[in-house]
Design a protein around this ligand. Structure first.
Ligand code: EPU
Length: 416
Protein backbone atom coordinates (compact mmCIF):
# COMPACT_ATOMS: atom_id res chain seq x y z
CA UNK A 1 0.00 0.00 0.00
CA UNK A 2 1.09 3.55 -0.71
CA UNK A 3 2.44 5.81 2.02
CA UNK A 4 2.90 9.52 2.38
CA UNK A 5 5.78 11.43 3.83
CA UNK A 6 4.60 14.71 5.34
CA UNK A 7 7.05 17.40 6.46
CA UNK A 8 5.97 19.02 9.71
CA UNK A 9 5.91 22.63 10.92
CA UNK A 10 4.21 23.72 7.70
CA UNK A 11 2.05 26.82 7.40
CA UNK A 12 -0.59 26.86 4.69
CA UNK A 13 -1.44 30.01 2.75
CA UNK A 14 -3.34 30.69 -0.45
CA UNK A 15 -6.37 29.62 -2.43
CA UNK A 16 -7.61 26.16 -3.28
CA UNK A 17 -10.57 25.03 -5.41
CA UNK A 18 -13.11 22.60 -3.97
CA UNK A 19 -13.74 19.48 -6.09
CA UNK A 20 -17.12 17.87 -6.76
CA UNK A 21 -18.67 16.12 -3.76
CA UNK A 22 -18.11 12.38 -3.40
CA UNK A 23 -21.28 11.88 -1.39
CA UNK A 24 -23.33 13.77 -3.96
CA UNK A 25 -21.89 12.18 -7.08
CA UNK A 26 -22.35 8.56 -5.91
CA UNK A 27 -26.18 8.76 -5.65
CA UNK A 28 -26.23 10.92 -8.77
CA UNK A 29 -24.38 8.22 -10.73
CA UNK A 30 -26.92 5.69 -9.46
CA UNK A 31 -29.77 8.02 -10.51
CA UNK A 32 -28.65 7.80 -14.14
CA UNK A 33 -30.15 4.27 -14.07
CA UNK A 34 -33.60 5.83 -13.80
CA UNK A 35 -33.79 6.90 -17.45
CA UNK A 36 -33.04 5.42 -20.87
CA UNK A 37 -31.85 8.86 -22.01
CA UNK A 38 -28.39 10.36 -21.67
CA UNK A 39 -27.32 12.22 -18.53
CA UNK A 40 -24.26 14.45 -18.84
CA UNK A 41 -22.50 15.23 -15.58
CA UNK A 42 -19.92 17.91 -14.85
CA UNK A 43 -17.69 18.54 -11.82
CA UNK A 44 -17.35 14.79 -11.30
CA UNK A 45 -14.42 14.34 -8.89
CA UNK A 46 -11.62 11.96 -9.84
CA UNK A 47 -11.85 9.49 -6.96
CA UNK A 48 -11.45 5.74 -6.67
CA UNK A 49 -15.02 5.43 -5.31
CA UNK A 50 -16.32 7.26 -8.39
CA UNK A 51 -14.33 4.98 -10.71
CA UNK A 52 -15.71 1.97 -8.85
CA UNK A 53 -19.27 3.23 -9.25
CA UNK A 54 -18.67 3.80 -12.99
CA UNK A 55 -17.34 0.24 -13.22
CA UNK A 56 -20.53 -1.08 -11.58
CA UNK A 57 -22.68 0.87 -14.06
CA UNK A 58 -20.63 -0.45 -16.99
CA UNK A 59 -21.03 -4.01 -15.66
CA UNK A 60 -24.81 -3.52 -15.91
CA UNK A 61 -24.50 -2.49 -19.57
CA UNK A 62 -24.61 1.29 -19.08
CA UNK A 63 -22.62 3.43 -21.53
CA UNK A 64 -20.19 5.62 -19.58
CA UNK A 65 -17.88 7.96 -21.51
CA UNK A 66 -15.39 10.40 -20.04
CA UNK A 67 -16.01 13.57 -22.07
CA UNK A 68 -13.69 15.87 -20.16
CA UNK A 69 -11.40 15.67 -17.13
CA UNK A 70 -14.44 16.05 -14.85
CA UNK A 71 -17.34 15.33 -17.21
CA UNK A 72 -19.15 12.11 -17.99
CA UNK A 73 -21.73 11.05 -20.57
CA UNK A 74 -23.88 8.28 -19.14
CA UNK A 75 -26.72 6.40 -20.80
CA UNK A 76 -28.57 3.44 -19.34
CA UNK A 77 -30.57 2.76 -22.52
CA UNK A 78 -31.06 -0.92 -21.90
CA UNK A 79 -29.22 -3.11 -19.43
CA UNK A 80 -27.61 -6.54 -19.85
CA UNK A 81 -28.42 -7.42 -16.27
CA UNK A 82 -29.86 -5.89 -13.11
CA UNK A 83 -27.53 -7.86 -10.85
CA UNK A 84 -24.36 -6.52 -9.31
CA UNK A 85 -22.49 -9.49 -7.95
CA UNK A 86 -18.82 -8.54 -8.32
CA UNK A 87 -16.40 -8.11 -5.44
CA UNK A 88 -16.15 -4.42 -6.39
CA UNK A 89 -19.68 -3.88 -5.09
CA UNK A 90 -18.69 -5.27 -1.73
CA UNK A 91 -15.75 -2.88 -1.56
CA UNK A 92 -17.92 0.20 -1.73
CA UNK A 93 -21.02 0.80 0.38
CA UNK A 94 -22.26 3.26 -2.25
CA UNK A 95 -23.17 0.24 -4.43
CA UNK A 96 -26.39 -0.07 -2.38
CA UNK A 97 -27.54 3.15 -4.05
CA UNK A 98 -28.36 1.15 -7.20
CA UNK A 99 -31.03 -0.85 -5.37
CA UNK A 100 -33.74 1.84 -5.48
CA UNK A 101 -33.27 2.91 -9.12
CA UNK A 102 -32.95 -0.67 -10.48
CA UNK A 103 -36.07 -1.83 -8.65
CA UNK A 104 -38.04 1.26 -9.68
CA UNK A 105 -37.21 1.13 -13.39
CA UNK A 106 -36.65 -2.57 -14.08
CA UNK A 107 -38.60 -4.25 -11.27
CA UNK A 108 -35.63 -6.42 -10.39
CA UNK A 109 -32.35 -5.86 -8.59
CA UNK A 110 -29.85 -8.21 -7.05
CA UNK A 111 -26.84 -6.92 -5.17
CA UNK A 112 -24.05 -8.47 -3.24
CA UNK A 113 -24.46 -7.08 0.29
CA UNK A 114 -22.05 -4.29 1.12
CA UNK A 115 -20.09 -5.75 4.05
CA UNK A 116 -19.62 -4.08 7.43
CA UNK A 117 -16.96 -1.42 7.23
CA UNK A 118 -14.29 -0.12 9.50
CA UNK A 119 -16.29 2.81 10.91
CA UNK A 120 -19.31 0.71 11.90
CA UNK A 121 -21.68 -2.12 11.04
CA UNK A 122 -23.76 0.08 8.71
CA UNK A 123 -26.75 -2.20 8.06
CA UNK A 124 -29.21 -1.52 5.20
CA UNK A 125 -32.40 -2.51 7.03
CA UNK A 126 -34.00 0.91 6.44
CA UNK A 127 -33.43 0.68 2.67
CA UNK A 128 -35.09 -2.74 2.69
CA UNK A 129 -37.97 -1.72 4.95
CA UNK A 130 -38.74 1.20 2.64
CA UNK A 131 -38.63 -0.89 -0.54
CA UNK A 132 -40.97 -3.40 1.08
CA UNK A 133 -43.31 -0.55 2.01
CA UNK A 134 -43.23 0.62 -1.63
CA UNK A 135 -44.50 -2.82 -2.63
CA UNK A 136 -41.29 -4.61 -3.57
CA UNK A 137 -40.65 -8.14 -2.43
CA UNK A 138 -37.19 -8.01 -0.88
CA UNK A 139 -35.30 -11.15 0.03
CA UNK A 140 -31.96 -11.45 1.72
CA UNK A 141 -29.59 -14.37 1.97
CA UNK A 142 -26.14 -14.43 3.53
CA UNK A 143 -24.52 -12.46 0.73
CA UNK A 144 -27.22 -10.90 -1.42
CA UNK A 145 -30.22 -8.67 -1.34
CA UNK A 146 -32.80 -9.14 -4.10
CA UNK A 147 -35.79 -6.92 -4.79
CA UNK A 148 -38.63 -7.74 -7.17
CA UNK A 149 -41.61 -5.57 -7.98
CA UNK A 150 -44.15 -4.68 -10.55
CA UNK A 151 -44.63 -0.92 -10.48
CA UNK A 152 -43.79 0.41 -7.00
CA UNK A 153 -46.66 2.07 -5.15
CA UNK A 154 -46.28 5.37 -3.30
CA UNK A 155 -46.60 5.14 0.47
CA UNK A 156 -45.78 6.79 3.80
CA UNK A 157 -42.32 5.89 5.12
CA UNK A 158 -40.83 6.89 8.45
CA UNK A 159 -37.24 5.77 8.85
CA UNK A 160 -36.13 4.66 12.33
CA UNK A 161 -33.05 6.87 12.15
CA UNK A 162 -31.80 9.54 9.79
CA UNK A 163 -30.01 7.73 6.98
CA UNK A 164 -28.39 9.58 4.08
CA UNK A 165 -28.04 6.82 1.50
CA UNK A 166 -31.29 5.34 2.80
CA UNK A 167 -33.09 8.61 2.01
CA UNK A 168 -31.40 8.77 -1.41
CA UNK A 169 -32.48 5.20 -2.21
CA UNK A 170 -36.08 5.81 -1.15
CA UNK A 171 -36.29 9.00 -3.23
CA UNK A 172 -34.87 7.22 -6.29
CA UNK A 173 -37.37 4.37 -5.85
CA UNK A 174 -40.32 6.69 -5.28
CA UNK A 175 -39.76 8.97 -8.29
CA UNK A 176 -41.06 6.22 -10.60
CA UNK A 177 -43.64 4.78 -8.17
CA UNK A 178 -47.36 5.24 -8.69
CA UNK A 179 -48.77 8.05 -6.55
CA UNK A 180 -47.51 9.94 -3.52
CA UNK A 181 -44.65 8.89 -1.26
CA UNK A 182 -43.95 10.79 1.95
CA UNK A 183 -40.60 10.27 3.68
CA UNK A 184 -40.57 11.31 7.32
CA UNK A 185 -37.30 11.63 9.26
CA UNK A 186 -35.55 12.14 5.91
CA UNK A 187 -31.90 13.20 5.79
CA UNK A 188 -31.52 16.97 5.21
CA UNK A 189 -27.94 16.76 3.91
CA UNK A 190 -27.04 19.11 1.03
CA UNK A 191 -26.07 16.02 -0.98
CA UNK A 192 -29.73 14.89 -0.83
CA UNK A 193 -30.75 18.32 -2.14
CA UNK A 194 -28.20 17.96 -4.95
CA UNK A 195 -29.64 14.57 -5.92
CA UNK A 196 -33.16 16.03 -5.90
CA UNK A 197 -32.02 18.97 -8.05
CA UNK A 198 -30.81 16.47 -10.66
CA UNK A 199 -33.97 14.36 -10.43
CA UNK A 200 -36.16 17.44 -10.90
CA UNK A 201 -34.24 18.28 -14.08
CA UNK A 202 -34.96 14.69 -15.18
CA UNK A 203 -38.69 15.34 -14.69
CA UNK A 204 -39.26 14.12 -11.13
CA UNK A 205 -41.90 15.71 -8.93
CA UNK A 206 -40.39 16.22 -5.47
CA UNK A 207 -40.75 18.77 -2.73
CA UNK A 208 -39.44 19.26 0.80
CA UNK A 209 -35.81 18.33 0.03
CA UNK A 210 -33.46 19.81 2.63
CA UNK A 211 -36.13 19.24 5.33
CA UNK A 212 -37.00 16.10 7.28
CA UNK A 213 -40.21 15.56 5.31
CA UNK A 214 -39.91 14.90 1.58
CA UNK A 215 -42.90 14.37 -0.71
CA UNK A 216 -42.62 12.67 -4.06
CA UNK A 217 -45.31 12.18 -6.66
CA UNK A 218 -44.20 9.40 -8.97
CA UNK A 219 -44.04 9.90 -12.74
CA UNK A 220 -44.17 7.31 -15.54
CA UNK A 221 -40.68 8.01 -16.88
CA UNK A 222 -37.73 10.35 -16.39
CA UNK A 223 -35.67 11.90 -19.16
CA UNK A 224 -32.05 12.86 -19.76
CA UNK A 225 -30.40 16.10 -18.65
CA UNK A 226 -27.10 17.85 -18.01
CA UNK A 227 -26.02 18.58 -14.43
CA UNK A 228 -23.09 20.01 -12.48
CA UNK A 229 -22.38 18.21 -9.19
CA UNK A 230 -22.16 20.35 -6.04
CA UNK A 231 -18.83 21.09 -4.36
CA UNK A 232 -17.51 18.86 -1.60
CA UNK A 233 -18.17 20.49 1.78
CA UNK A 234 -16.13 17.87 3.64
CA UNK A 235 -13.10 18.39 1.40
CA UNK A 236 -13.49 22.16 1.82
CA UNK A 237 -13.85 21.80 5.60
CA UNK A 238 -10.73 19.63 5.66
CA UNK A 239 -8.71 22.39 3.93
CA UNK A 240 -10.00 24.94 6.45
CA UNK A 241 -8.93 22.63 9.30
CA UNK A 242 -5.47 22.30 7.70
CA UNK A 243 -5.25 26.11 7.65
CA UNK A 244 -6.19 26.35 11.34
CA UNK A 245 -3.90 23.51 12.44
CA UNK A 246 -0.93 25.19 10.75
CA UNK A 247 -1.88 28.74 11.86
CA UNK A 248 -2.28 29.70 8.22
CA UNK A 249 -4.70 31.54 5.97
CA UNK A 250 -6.58 29.54 3.30
CA UNK A 251 -9.41 30.49 0.98
CA UNK A 252 -11.46 27.64 -0.47
CA UNK A 253 -13.21 28.65 -3.68
CA UNK A 254 -16.11 27.10 -5.55
CA UNK A 255 -18.15 26.34 -2.42
CA UNK A 256 -21.32 27.89 -1.01
CA UNK A 257 -20.57 29.00 2.56
CA UNK A 258 -24.06 28.11 3.84
CA UNK A 259 -23.44 24.37 3.42
CA UNK A 260 -20.33 24.71 5.60
CA UNK A 261 -21.99 26.75 8.37
CA UNK A 262 -21.91 23.88 10.90
CA UNK A 263 -18.13 23.69 10.41
CA UNK A 264 -17.25 27.40 10.17
CA UNK A 265 -19.33 28.15 13.30
CA UNK A 266 -17.05 25.81 15.29
CA UNK A 267 -13.91 27.26 13.70
CA UNK A 268 -15.08 30.74 14.69
CA UNK A 269 -15.59 29.50 18.27
CA UNK A 270 -12.03 28.21 18.18
CA UNK A 271 -10.82 31.76 17.61
CA UNK A 272 -10.44 31.55 13.87
CA UNK A 273 -11.39 34.46 11.65
CA UNK A 274 -13.85 33.38 8.96
CA UNK A 275 -14.66 35.40 5.84
CA UNK A 276 -16.92 34.34 3.04
CA UNK A 277 -18.47 35.44 -0.24
CA UNK A 278 -21.05 33.88 -2.53
CA UNK A 279 -18.85 30.96 -3.48
CA UNK A 280 -15.83 30.99 -1.20
CA UNK A 281 -14.86 30.61 2.45
CA UNK A 282 -11.60 31.75 4.08
CA UNK A 283 -10.16 30.72 7.46
CA UNK A 284 -7.28 32.54 9.10
CA UNK A 285 -5.66 32.19 12.53
CA UNK A 286 -2.29 33.18 13.99
CA UNK A 287 -2.39 31.41 17.33
CA UNK A 288 -3.32 28.03 18.78
CA UNK A 289 -7.05 27.35 18.42
CA UNK A 290 -9.27 27.21 21.50
CA UNK A 291 -10.71 23.81 22.46
CA UNK A 292 -14.40 23.27 21.61
CA UNK A 293 -16.82 20.47 22.45
CA UNK A 294 -18.37 18.69 19.48
CA UNK A 295 -21.30 16.32 19.07
CA UNK A 296 -21.74 14.76 15.65
CA UNK A 297 -25.31 14.79 14.36
CA UNK A 298 -27.24 14.50 11.11
CA UNK A 299 -27.29 17.72 9.06
CA UNK A 300 -27.62 20.58 9.97
CA UNK A 301 -25.70 19.33 13.05
CA UNK A 302 -21.95 18.87 13.07
CA UNK A 303 -20.97 16.27 10.41
CA UNK A 304 -19.39 12.99 11.47
CA UNK A 305 -17.22 13.27 8.34
CA UNK A 306 -15.43 16.27 9.95
CA UNK A 307 -15.03 14.69 13.40
CA UNK A 308 -11.47 13.36 12.99
CA UNK A 309 -10.17 16.61 11.44
CA UNK A 310 -11.57 18.63 14.37
CA UNK A 311 -10.06 16.14 16.79
CA UNK A 312 -6.66 17.19 15.45
CA UNK A 313 -7.52 20.85 16.10
CA UNK A 314 -8.65 20.04 19.64
CA UNK A 315 -5.48 17.98 20.16
CA UNK A 316 -3.33 21.08 19.62
CA UNK A 317 -5.81 23.57 21.08
CA UNK A 318 -5.61 25.53 24.31
CA UNK A 319 -7.82 23.74 26.82
CA UNK A 320 -9.73 20.51 27.18
CA UNK A 321 -12.64 19.26 25.09
CA UNK A 322 -14.96 16.34 24.50
CA UNK A 323 -15.97 14.99 21.09
CA UNK A 324 -19.07 12.79 21.04
CA UNK A 325 -19.60 10.58 18.00
CA UNK A 326 -23.29 9.70 17.67
CA UNK A 327 -23.51 8.46 14.07
CA UNK A 328 -21.01 5.61 13.78
CA UNK A 329 -20.02 3.26 16.60
CA UNK A 330 -16.39 2.80 15.56
CA UNK A 331 -15.19 6.14 14.29
CA UNK A 332 -12.38 6.83 16.77
CA UNK A 333 -9.80 4.56 15.12
CA UNK A 334 -7.58 7.57 14.46
CA UNK A 335 -7.17 8.17 18.20
CA UNK A 336 -4.28 5.71 18.82
CA UNK A 337 -2.52 7.15 15.76
CA UNK A 338 -2.87 10.73 17.06
CA UNK A 339 -1.66 9.53 20.47
CA UNK A 340 1.50 8.21 18.73
CA UNK A 341 2.05 11.81 17.62
CA UNK A 342 1.83 13.09 21.20
CA UNK A 343 -1.90 13.89 21.45
CA UNK A 344 -3.54 13.40 24.85
CA UNK A 345 -6.83 11.69 24.08
CA UNK A 346 -8.77 9.03 25.94
CA UNK A 347 -11.87 7.33 24.61
CA UNK A 348 -14.80 6.30 26.74
CA UNK A 349 -17.59 4.78 24.67
CA UNK A 350 -18.84 7.40 22.24
CA UNK A 351 -16.86 10.19 23.93
CA UNK A 352 -13.26 11.19 23.26
CA UNK A 353 -11.73 13.43 25.94
CA UNK A 354 -8.96 15.60 24.63
CA UNK A 355 -6.42 17.68 26.54
CA UNK A 356 -4.81 20.11 24.12
CA UNK A 357 -0.99 20.10 23.93
CA UNK A 358 1.24 22.82 22.43
CA UNK A 359 2.78 20.48 19.84
CA UNK A 360 2.31 17.17 18.12
CA UNK A 361 5.42 15.33 16.92
CA UNK A 362 6.08 13.55 13.62
CA UNK A 363 5.61 9.77 13.77
CA UNK A 364 4.89 6.74 11.59
CA UNK A 365 1.13 6.22 11.67
CA UNK A 366 -1.54 4.45 9.62
CA UNK A 367 -4.72 5.76 8.08
CA UNK A 368 -7.71 3.77 9.31
CA UNK A 369 -10.46 5.19 7.08
CA UNK A 370 -11.02 7.96 4.55
CA UNK A 371 -11.54 10.89 6.92
CA UNK A 372 -8.90 9.61 9.36
CA UNK A 373 -6.38 9.77 6.53
CA UNK A 374 -7.15 13.49 6.03
CA UNK A 375 -6.95 14.06 9.79
CA UNK A 376 -3.52 12.41 10.02
CA UNK A 377 -2.21 14.55 7.16
CA UNK A 378 -3.46 17.68 8.95
CA UNK A 379 -1.84 16.51 12.20
CA UNK A 380 1.42 15.74 10.39
CA UNK A 381 1.50 19.19 8.74
CA UNK A 382 1.18 20.85 12.15
CA UNK A 383 3.58 18.49 13.97
CA UNK A 384 7.23 19.10 14.76
CA UNK A 385 9.28 16.74 12.61
CA UNK A 386 8.30 14.54 9.68
CA UNK A 387 5.67 11.82 9.55
CA UNK A 388 4.99 8.74 7.47
CA UNK A 389 1.35 7.88 6.92
CA UNK A 390 0.67 4.31 5.84
CA UNK A 391 -2.50 2.94 4.11
CA UNK A 392 -2.96 6.23 2.30
CA UNK A 393 -5.07 4.59 -0.44
CA UNK A 394 -8.09 5.44 1.73
CA UNK A 395 -7.49 9.10 0.91
CA UNK A 396 -8.01 8.61 -2.83
CA UNK A 397 -11.50 7.24 -2.21
CA UNK A 398 -12.73 10.68 -1.25
CA UNK A 399 -10.15 13.44 -1.82
CA UNK A 400 -9.12 14.42 -5.33
CA UNK A 401 -5.39 15.23 -5.59
CA UNK A 402 -5.25 16.09 -1.90
CA UNK A 403 -1.46 16.28 -1.66
CA UNK A 404 -1.15 18.33 -4.88
CA UNK A 405 -3.68 20.82 -3.55
CA UNK A 406 -2.01 21.00 -0.12
CA UNK A 407 1.45 21.37 -1.70
CA UNK A 408 0.12 24.35 -3.68
CA UNK A 409 -0.72 25.91 -0.30
CA UNK A 410 2.83 25.40 0.97
CA UNK A 411 2.74 21.86 2.35
CA UNK A 412 5.54 19.42 1.60
CA UNK A 413 3.96 16.04 1.03
CA UNK A 414 5.46 13.21 -0.94
CA UNK A 415 3.69 10.02 -1.96
CA UNK A 416 5.99 7.03 -1.65
N1 EPU B 1 -28.18 2.86 9.55
C1 EPU B 1 -28.88 1.73 9.91
N2 EPU B 1 -29.67 1.12 8.97
C2 EPU B 1 -29.77 1.59 7.70
C3 EPU B 1 -29.06 2.73 7.35
C4 EPU B 1 -28.26 3.36 8.29
O1 EPU B 1 -28.81 1.27 11.07
O2 EPU B 1 -30.49 0.97 6.90
C5 EPU B 1 -27.34 3.55 10.56
C6 EPU B 1 -25.86 3.47 10.21
O3 EPU B 1 -25.28 2.27 10.65
C7 EPU B 1 -25.33 4.69 10.93
C8 EPU B 1 -26.50 5.70 10.81
O4 EPU B 1 -27.65 4.92 10.54
O5 EPU B 1 -25.10 4.41 12.26
C9 EPU B 1 -26.34 6.72 9.71
O6 EPU B 1 -25.95 6.08 8.51
P1 EPU B 1 -26.25 6.66 7.06
O7 EPU B 1 -27.10 5.69 6.35
O8 EPU B 1 -26.70 8.07 7.17
O9 EPU B 1 -24.79 6.63 6.43
P2 EPU B 1 -24.49 6.35 4.92
O10 EPU B 1 -25.60 6.90 4.12
O11 EPU B 1 -24.11 4.93 4.73
C10 EPU B 1 -23.35 8.59 4.29
C11 EPU B 1 -22.02 8.99 3.74
C12 EPU B 1 -20.98 8.83 4.84
C13 EPU B 1 -21.38 9.73 6.01
C14 EPU B 1 -22.79 9.35 6.49
C15 EPU B 1 -23.31 10.24 7.60
C16 EPU B 1 -22.24 8.45 1.43
C17 EPU B 1 -21.84 7.60 0.28
N3 EPU B 1 -21.71 8.15 2.60
O12 EPU B 1 -23.22 7.23 4.69
O13 EPU B 1 -19.76 9.29 4.30
O14 EPU B 1 -20.47 9.58 7.06
O15 EPU B 1 -23.71 9.42 5.40
O16 EPU B 1 -23.33 11.56 7.20
O17 EPU B 1 -22.98 9.39 1.25
C18 EPU B 1 -17.44 9.53 4.21
O18 EPU B 1 -17.62 10.28 3.25
O19 EPU B 1 -16.32 9.39 4.79
C19 EPU B 1 -18.57 8.75 4.73
C20 EPU B 1 -18.44 7.71 5.52
Amino acid sequence: MQKMKVLGSSRLFGEVQASGAKNAVLPILAATLLTSEAVVLHNVPQLTDVLLMQKLLISLGVTVKQTGSHSLFIQAKSLNTTSILSDDAQLMRGSVLTLGPLTARFGLAKLVLPGGCSIGARPIDQHIKALNALGANVEIDENHVQAKANRLLGTHIKTDMVTVTGTANIIMAAVLAEGLTVIENAACEPEIVDLVNLLKLMGANIRGEGTSCIEIIGVNALHGTEYTVMADRIEAGSFLCAAVATQGDVLVSGIQPTILANVTRKLHKMGCSIDFGNDWVRAKIQKRPLAVNIITEPHPGFPTDMQSQFMVLNAIAEGASCITETIFENRFMHVPELVKMGAQISVNGQNAHIQGVPNLYGAEVKATDLRASAALIIAALAAKGDSIINNIAYLDRGYESMETKLNQLGAKILRI
